[in-house]
Design a binder for this molecule. Sequence first.
Ligand code: PLP
Length: 459
Amino acid sequence: MRTIIEPFRVRSVEPIRATTRTERQAALEAAGWNLFGLAGRDVLIDLLTDSGTGAMSSEQWAAIMRGDESYAGSPSFERFETVVRELTGFTHVIPTHQGRAAERILFSELVGDGDIVPNNTHFDTTRANIEHQGAEARDLIWPDNEDLPLVAPFKGDTDVDALEALLAGPDGARVPLVTTTVTNNSGGGQPVSLGNLHQVREVCARFGVPFFLDAARFAENAWFIGQREEGQQGRHPRDIARDMFRAADGCWISLKKDGLGNIGGVLAMNDPDLAERCRALLILTEGFPTYGGLAGRDLEALAQGLIEVTDPEYLAYRVRTAEYLAELAWDAGVPTVRPPGGHAVYLDAKALLPHIPAYEFPAQALACELYLTGGVRGVEIGTLMFGRPREGQAHDHVARHELVRLALPRRTYTQSHVDYVGEVIGDVAGRADELRGLRIVSQPRWLRHFTAQLTPLAG
Ligand SMILES: *Cc1c(COP(=O)(O)O)cnc(C)c1O
């Protein structure tokens, strides 16, 4: 088998800047030991997120020039709407400036105080937007997902029995909609099988509850289905993606992921009354329904991105990159969530740093050390992101896992960049027992990981 190569050549380059450890130490201290506080120019390889950080294709840049900036009825919206309808099958296509705007609009209409919104594993903005409505964001992930090293094909699947029990039980009436995230970003970027989506749909239909997909990485999920699901092998990822959307009543998509865009989102559904109410809210905060917070040129680039992203060669390269980085981590003795996700590798900080308790943020300590060692920026997905202060207690509620996500921007870094990241992981792993935890100095009420300030604990 030959090397799976980057299926593109580079036509525009952006320099990246090397720094010294002393410079990085000063930068991290100034950022309050929060990697979100760093200036991008102080980062060498930026794996903070795959959201909006990818490279656009020559066809997308060409589409940008076609962008029509009519306030109402732009032909760029028509192209966008046509592509989203072809892909998802949903009648009503509502553009938003990014995924969380779609979440806020949808949940403002559907979710109320005391409600429960089930999902496989809620993404952080999804959870925050649900909680902002006074509702509970409940994760109903298949129990296999908890076993990080276990290799299984669809660890993103919803626990359908638990969903059915919830809907049939005393709290069933408190569930205004059911959601599934594909791939399951917060749960290790693991895919959801088509069979599971159909089972969730069947349960939702039986209880008369709408089913929405949080479909930021629909194309990667479709690729995994084509590789791993019985009866789906050999199908084109686009056909699989179309079937995934047709299992649901609606969806929202952060188009900064598999839209291959630098900004954008969409909310789509079949229910005309709900769409009408969502459009009214859209006008209030995002813009007129034919642009929804985006420029006409953005809509053009996204329409083209939504066509390119299901290319099998692109998806083979994309998924192989994450797998290759995971193999480098394993070679360095660093455990990860297995199998690797489609867009990212999740290092298991709890396993690597057993001497740092969860309430001292081991994954944040690891992420900080990767930056200090090699200028590599990842993100903590652990107690800093999902923990909570407890009334009258010294320590926070802790998260189930302590992970560092190294997310790969789309079509942006080359194999030697990934090799370099592997070397940095190896360097840090060799000194794992020297790492120390951190404590929070200040934190906001919502989404604390973005802006909390921390300080390292004395060694
Ligand atoms: C990124 C993301 C969102 C939020 O979208 P933004 O474009 O960042 O606002 C929601 N759900 C999932 C699964 C995501 O990955």
